[in-house]
Design a protein around this ligand. Structure first.
Ligand SMILES: *Cc1c(COP(=O)(O)O)cnc(C)c1O
Length: 447
């Protein structure tokens, strides 16, 4: 398509003059993979259509929320009804209570919950709560884990043990991250040394239990067990950032998966987002009653929001949770996701392409590497140019995966066998095209 008939390009050119980079969240700009971002006109089920009217099978699903696919009738109806009752009141509503009840019923470690509007806000508030509840300042996070863009969490450059983090973004003063200790994911030895050095000063350890912001890397069971033991022993809170994995990998989140291997396992605080809003701005953090009661207006830890618990967003979230609680929902979703992951693996194997994949529930990841990486430095060994070739090959064939190799993928209950088959066919064609020979796009840099 020539630039002057490409509506995506026209819109992108307009957007770039008005919005920094033409987008309202950096990865959407396709800078890692090169090319023109697709401007979405509409979506239905597992598909969306771009500004040229071209259809794509959607494996992003708004980066996770659209677990039922787009435009699920029960969700659309609930939102339409809610809109007629009013958009926002700044006063409590019944649906907030119903959604809190649903979250508490489904995630046993959560005894009380507070609703907010984004994952960033939820993670930021959870950290403040952990600091307020313990009276301590320091926190541990892991390299490659993303917890939104609050200042104290915007550190991921591996700075080595006992060296506190350097900000990943301009505009974050070093003093603001001086209490953030960044460790290597899945490294038990570093974890033990960090607690030995700083145990009495640590407010919390925050972790993505399945790290979806470095594609798909699981915390090993022994590593997670040690995280729990050390937090308990030193009086630090274990904060699970399940913004991505919550209601995505299992009805009870990733914590329910670790609880199968570690008897009695539970985090102290859980951060939720994405699926709980079903595509509307909604997130939450919750945990033990004694900790949550530290929040204003009961306790000294301040937290608030004009649109928190928004009545339309809660309607969307509740309708979504009602669907995913139905029997067999996750078994079917997991089977579908597994058929995609194993199918891609088989196509790569058939063409001799180094490939490793993993999945859980409706979330998957793959690497153009011979085996699954266990931490961020190993993820960084991925070949960006080959990923970009795969990305554009799939995109040309109407398959939309995340435009960066550091991102997980998402399957919805609306994806059909025909969508999976079409995706595998597209991958077969790309892999067969002398995959790896052609180098296209810019080198992958995390935007
Ligand atoms: C998406 C995400 C966030 C941030 O959520 P926003 O709603 O984008 O602010 C935080 N943590 C994790 C694990 C996420 O995947």
């Amino acid at each position: 398509m020539t630039p002057n008939t490409d509506r995506n390009q026209q819109l992108f050119d307009r957007a770039k003059a008005l919005i920094p980079g033409g987008v309202n969240s950096p990865v959407r700009a396709f800078r890692a993979v090169g090319g023109t971002p697709r401007f979405v006109q509409r979506a239905q089920g597992p598909h969306f259509w771009d500004a040229n009217g071209k259809r794509y099978i959607d494996y992003i699903g708004s980066w996770g929320p659209m677990i039922l696919g787009h435009g699920h009738p029960a969700v659309v109806e609930a939102v339409q009804r809610a809109v007629l009752d009013g958009f926002s009141f700044g006063a409590p509503t019944e649906r907030e209570v119903d959604l809190a009840q649903a979250i508490i019923d489904l995630v046993p470690s959560i005894e009380m919950v507070r609703l907010v509007s984004s994952g960033t806000e939820a993670a930021m508030s959870a950290i403040r709560l952990a600091r307020g509840a313990t009276g301590r300042s320091k926190l541990i996070k892991f390299e490659g884990c993303y917890h939104g863009h609050a200042d104290a969490l915007l550190v991921k450059a591996g700075s080595g043990l006992a060296t506190f983090g350097n900000p990943t973004s301009a505009g974050v003063p070093p003093e603001v991250v001086q209490h953030t200790l960044v460790l290597e994911y899945n490294n038990i030895q570093q974890l033990e040394e960090a607690f030995a050095l700083h145990g009495p000063e640590l407010a919390c350890l925050i972790i993505e239990p399945i790290a979806g912001n470095m594609n798909f890397v699981r915390a090993s069971v022994p590593f997670m067990r040690r995280c729990r033991e050390l937090c308990t022993q030193h009086g630090a809170l274990l904060v699970f950032d399940e913004v991505m994995t919550g209601f995505r990998v299992a009805l009870g989140g990733a914590q329910s998966i670790y609880a199968r291997d570690i008897p009695g396992f539970a985090p102290d605080v859980t951060v939720l987002g994405k699926v709980i809003g079903g595509g509307m701005p909604l997130a939450a953090f919750g945990g033990k009653r004694a900790v949550m009661e530290m929040l204003a207006p009961l306790g000294p830890v301040y937290q608030a929001g004009t649109l928190s618990g928004n009545p339309v967003a809660t309607a969307c979230g509740l309708a979504t949770l009602n669907e995913i609680r139905k029997p067999d929902f996750y078994d079917q979703l997991a089977a579908k996701t597994r058929s995609l992951a194993t199918g891609l693996q088989a196509e790569a194997d058939a063409q001799g392409v180094a490939f490793a994949s993993d999945c859980e529930g409706g979330m998957f990841g793959f690497f153009l590497l011979p085996e699954l990486p266990q931490n961020y430095p190993a993820v960084m060994k991925s070949d960006g140019a080959r990923f970009n070739q795969l990305f554009h090959g799939l995109l040309d064939r109407g398959v939309y995966i995340a435009p960066a190799l550091y991102e997980a993928g998402f399957v919805s209950s609306a994806h059909g066998d025909d969508d999976i088959a079409q995706t595998l066919q597209a991958a077969r064609e790309v892999f067969a095209e002398g995959f790896g020979a052609r180098v296209s796009g810019e080198s992958a840099a995390r935007p």
